[in-house]
Write a protein that binds this ligand. Structure first.
Ligand SMILES: [Fe+2]
Length: 409
């Protein structure tokens, strides 16, 4: 038996007696706007074991119930962590159904180069019930798709894009190569939280790396991530990393990390494929990044406060991510992102999308949710029992060492 799967539940048409039958807007948003009419279909839910700390069981339960209410049959299988090969049991189960929803990292692995065959698949980045049923999962998926398309139109049609960040990132160039040879994700993603990646070809400058170097969700390797106690600057010309600068020990660690990952998979380590920034106005990351840097980088990248690079290897998504906090992205001189805040009202194409959906426009006026690396909340002057403010949490004051992290994926 494939050890990526330790349980299979054939729950076709099984009643979920213990579930409340109230409608759930996030689950309905996923089903209706990703799958359409499912009446008479058989849907497979590929569910990652909650003990791994990424997904819960309540989110797929919600979707399960909504599918039954729409006249679909449901099969569920529980899977373990991804490996560096497709999961044969998942493929076998997929062969027997009409549609598939992944509440599992397995669905993210081949997002640019799908390694399963068969039915239409949806990958859920809503990891748990709170994410699915909160604003992140409930904001109209079709509106987010329209926004994504409009942002692609604005950015990929630009002559010049310049990116900066508070730590000193500065790179600029032309996105013209992306329009002719760029690639986008090939599976359906829910929620929709990023535009088409912009190819690094045509851009030069420097990116100041902080917090962690993390995997891209593609291949599995050890150590899984590299903590950066201080920023390290990556210098690049077009799609080539030309060097790193910063504290000598960290530069050496970064270089060794690149060499190891590149050697393990036979990659061109110093190649940069592309970058993108988050576009979902209600993305809210629910725990400090330090608890699990892989979960953070694999989920919070849809937050507008994060810009994310795909590096190490030719072709998306590469194997090592850079995460840039609070980017300003100027598109032909107008900041579409300004210090981590997306401003779709500043361009005609994106403004039209806001005009067509007041709820989306309102979402962009709401305060941004936590991104996982907030600064420490200020302690009250005379309260020894200071509590964490609602909607926030104590900062990850120092990146965790992967060797001692308690929740490595
Ligand atoms: Fe990405």
């Amino acid at each position: 038996m494939n050890n990526q799967m330790h349980g299979f539940v054939a729950a076709e048409n099984a009643p979920l007696h213990d579930m409340d039958l109230a409608r759930s807007s996030g689950a309905a948003n996923l089903i209706d706007n990703c799958l359409g009419n499912v009446e008479g279909m058989t849907i497979l839910l590929v569910c990652e074991d909650p003990r791994h700390g990424w997904y819960d069981s309540a989110a797929p339960d919600r979707v399960h119930r909504e599918l039954l209410a729409r006249g679909a049959a449901v099969r569920r299988m529980m899977v373990d962590l991804p490996e560096n090969r497709p999961n044969a049991d998942v493929q076998a189960a997929m062969n027997e159904v009409d549609r598939v929803i992944f509440f599992s990292r397995l669905g993210d692995q081949g997002r640019f180069n799908w390694h399963y065959t068969g039915p239409l698949c949806v990958m859920s980045y809503a990891l748990n019930e709170a994410m699915l049923e909160g604003g992140y999962g409930s904001l109209d998926h079709l509106s987010m798709h329209r926004l994504k398309t409009a942002i692609d139109e604005v950015t990929l049609g630009a002559e010049n894009i310049r990116v900066t960040c508070p730590l000193g990132t500065y790179f600029e160039g032309s996105p013209s190569a992306t329009a002719t040879s760029g690639s986008d994700v090939v599976i359906h993603r829910f929620p929709m939280g990023i535009p088409q990646p912009v190819l690094a070809e045509g851009f030069s400058g420097k990116a100041v790396l902080s917090h962690y170097l993390t995997p891209t969700g593609s291949r599995i390797y050890t150590p899984e991530y590299l903590p950066l106690r201080d920023p390290v600057t990556a210098h690049f010309e077009a799609s080539r990393i030309t060097g790193f600068s910063g504290p000598a020990d960290l530069v050496a660690a970064v270089e060794a990390h690149y060499e190891r990952v590149a050697r393990d998979f036979g990659l061109d380590g110093y190649n940069i494929d592309s970058w993108h920034a988050g576009i979902h106005p209600l993305m809210s990351y629910d725990q400090p990044a330090a608890l699990d840097p892989l979960r953070w980088s694999g989920t919070a990248f849809q937050h507008p406060r994060l810009l994310h690079f795909h590096t190490c290897g030719s072709g998306p998504p590469g194997e090592i991510c850079w995460m840039i906090l609070d980017p300003t992205i100027e598109v032909d001189g107008i900041a579409l992102w300004e210090r981590g805040q997306l401003h779709p009202e500043r361009f005609a194409a994106t403004r039209r999308v806001l005009d067509g959906d007041p709820a989306l426009a309102a979402a962009f006026r709401a305060p941004a949710g936590p991104v996982g690396v907030e600064p420490a909340p200020a302690a009250p002057a005379f309260s020894p029992a200071a509590s964490t403010p609602a909607g926030s949490f104590p900062a990850d004051s120092f990146p965790a060492d992967p060797a001692t992290s308690s929740q490595g994926a």
